[in-house]
Design a binder for this molecule. Structure first.
Ligand SMILES: [Zn+2]
Length: 476
C-alpha cells in the first residue's frame, strides 16, 4: 500500500491514551456470463483509513478516503471530539488490553494473479462452462458468475502494532434452470468460495461442475417430489455450511447476545450463563473457530483490533465452551471469545463476526452413514433459508436430494426441505463424516450491523447424519 503508515501515525501528534490507524485498499472484480455471452462486468477500487482513539476508557473513531496528512488529521480530530462527547456515557472502561500489540504479515497463498492468468482465458472458461450446461432443449437459462477481491490492510498503533494482511478471495457461481410443463428446476454449484489466486477459477473444475449441474437439472425434472415425513437426514457440506452459519455462528456472536443487534437482524436464544454448561449438540459435535486452514475464506493472522487468531474449540463433545466475541465483547460479557473483531472496509468499525467456523471431521465414511439409514434422505446444495430473530427455529430448502431406503440410495427427489429447532437438531446428530468427506465452503455475503457490513466467512465441514428430522416436499 502506498502509505507511510508509521509516519502518518506520528504526524497526528495524538493526545489520546491510545491511537491506531487502519488503512484498507480493495480491488474487486466481477465477470458475468449468461447463455455463453459476456454481460456487463465491473471493477471497483476503494481505499481509505480509519483513525481510532482511546480517551478515558472510551473508544471513538472516524474514517476518511483522504489518507494525506491533512485528511488523517481531520479524521483524528473528529474521533477525539466524539470521544469527548461519548466518554460520559461509556458502558465499559476499555484499556489498551483491547488493542494488543501485533506485528507481522499474512498473505493468501496463491499461485497466479488474475492479470497474469488472463481475463480473456477466464471469460472463455465461463463461456464454456455455460455451454456444458446446455444438456437439452428444456434448459431455459444458464449463468456463470465470478467475484474476485484483493484486499490490502495495514494497521499501526501507538502501542507498537504494525502489521499487514493481503487477502485474495473468490466466488464462483454456476447455475442452470430447466422447465418441463409447469415445473421449473434450478441446479447450481452453490457458492464456491475460497482464498486463492486466479487458479481458483480452474477450467477443468468449472467444466466439470457445469456438466454435472446440466445433467442433474434434467434428473430433477423427472424426479418425484420429496416426501413429507420425519426421517433421518444426511446433509452435504454444500447445505450444512449454511446450517452452521445460521444456527451456530449467529446465535453465538456475543454482541448479539448482549443486545447490540436487537433492532436489526435479531437477538439470540443463547444466554451468557449457557457458556460452559449448555449441551448444544450431541457428543459427536465439535465446532472450532479455525483461522488456520490456508484456503478457507476467513483465514488470517490478526483480527482488525490486533488480536492474534488461533484455533479454538467453540463447542467440544457437544458442550458450548466459548462465544464468538472480540476482546471488547469478552471484557463486557466476562466470557471467553476468539479473535473475531472484523470490519468490512476502512469506513466501518470492527464487530463480532464469524470468520471460519467449522465442524471437525469424525470417523464415519459417507458409505457407512448411508448404510446405517433405514429410511432417510441425503440433501445437497442450499436453495432457501429462514430462521427466527432468536436464531432458534429454522427451515431450509435444498436443490437436490436422494432418498435412502434400507441402507441404499434409491432415487432422486425434488423440492426437498427440512425444519427444526436449534439445540434439539444438533443433539440429534448421530454420524459425522471422516476427513474424506470434509469440504471447505463459506459465504461472500454475511450481513450484519447498521450501517450494514457484508463480510466473507468460511465454513468447513464433513457430511453429517441427523436422526428424526421433519422433512417436507415443496410445492410442485
Ligand atoms: Zn450471516
Amino acid at each position: 500500500m502506498k502509505v507511510n503508515a508509521r509516519k502518518s501515525l506520528e504526524s497526528l501528534n495524538s493526545k489520546a491514551d491510545w491511537t491506531g490507524i487502519r488503512f484498507v485498499e480493495e480491488d474487486s472484480r466481477t465477470l458475468f456470463v449468461r447463455d455463453e455471452r459476456l454481460e456487463p462486468s465491473h471493477q471497483e477500487i476503494n481505499s481509505g483509513a480509519m483513525v481510532e482513539v482511546l480517551v478515558d476508557g472510551q473508544f471513538s473513531y472516524a474514517a476518511t478516503p483522504d489518507t494525506s496528512e491533512l485528511g488523517l488529521k481531520r479524521a483524528y480530530q473528529k474521533a477525539m471530539g466524539l470521544a469527548e462527547i461519548a466518554k460520559s456515557w461509556k458502558l465499559t472502561n476499555f484499556t489498551e488490553e483491547q488493542r494488543p500489540k501485533a506485528t507481522g504479515s499474512y498473505s493468501t497463498p496463491k499461485a497466479n494473479d488474475l492479470d497474469t492468468a488472463g481475463i480473456e482465458q477466464l471469460v472463455q472458461n465461463l463461456v464454456d462452462a455455460t455451454k456444458a450446461m446446455k444438456t437439452s432443449d428444456e434448459v431455459m437459462s444458464r449463468h456463470a458468475y465470478i467475484m474476485h477481491s484483493q484486499t490490502k490492510m495495514r494497521y499501526v498503533s501507538s502501542s507498537g502494532s504494525d502489521f499487514e494482511q493481503n487477502f485474495t478471495q473468490n466466488l464462483s457461481n454456476l447455475s442452470v434452470t430447466a422447465q418441463r410443463g409447469g415445473d421449473v428446476q434450478t441446479r447450481s454449484n452453490g457458492m464456491d468460495v475460497g482464498q486463492a489466486g486466479a487458479e481458483f477459477f480452474n477450467r477443468e473444475k468449472l467444466l466439470k461442475q457445469g456438466t454435472q449441474i446440466g445433467e442433474q437439472v434434467l434428473e430433477l425434472l423427472s424426479a418425484e417430489n420429496c416426501p413429507s415425513e420425519t426421517m433421518d437426514v444426511i446433509l452435504a457440506p454444500s447445505q450444512l455450511y449454511l446450517q452452521i452459519h445460521e444456527s451456530i455462528g449467529h446465535p453465538l456472536e456475543i454482541d448479539r447476545i448482549l443486545g447490540d443487534e436487537r433492532n436489526y437482524a435479531g437477538w439470540s436464544f443463547v444466554n451468557l450463563e449457557d457458556f460452559g454448561k449448555l449441551q448444544y449438540g450431541s457428543s459427536l459435535l465439535n465446532v472450532t473457530f479455525d483461522p488456520t486452514l490456508p484456503f478457507e475464506m476467513a483465514s488470517y493472522m490478526y483480527d482488525d483490533t490486533g488480536a492474534r487468531a488461533d484455533k479454538q474449540y467453540i463447542i467440544k463433545d457437544g458442550q458450548l465452551l466459548r462465544g464468538l466475541g472480540s476482546l471488547e465483547s469478552q471484557s463486557r460479557a466476562k466470557i471467553d471469545g476468539v479473535a473475531c473483531a472484523r470490519a468490512t472496509s476502512w469506513n466501518r468499525p470492527p464487530l463480532d463476526r464469524m470468520a471460519n467456523l467449522n465442524i471437525e471431521p469424525g470417523t464415519s465414511s459417507l458409505k457407512e452413514m448411508i448404510s446405517s439409514v433405514e429410511r432417510g434422505i441425503l440433501m445437497d446444495t442450499n436453495k432457501s433459508w429462514s430462521i427466527d430473530d432468536y436464531r432458534n427455529k429454522f427451515q431450509f430448502g435444498c436443490e437436490y436430494a436422494q432418498l435412502i431406503e434400507n441402507g441404499e440410495i434409491t432415487k432422486t427427489v425434488k423440492n426437498p426441505n427440512y425444519r427444526g429447532m436449534c439445540t434439539p437438531f444438533w443433539n440429534s446428530l448421530k454420524g459425522v463424516g471422516n476427513n474424506e468427506t470434509f469440504e471447505v465452503w463459506g459465504s461472500y455475503f454475511c450481513g450484519k450491523a447498521e450501517p450494514n457490513q457484508t463480510i466473507r466467512v468460511g465454513h468447513a465441514t464433513p457430511y453429517c447424519l441427523f436422526s428424526d428430522v421433519e422433512v417436507f416436499g415443496g410445492a410442485k
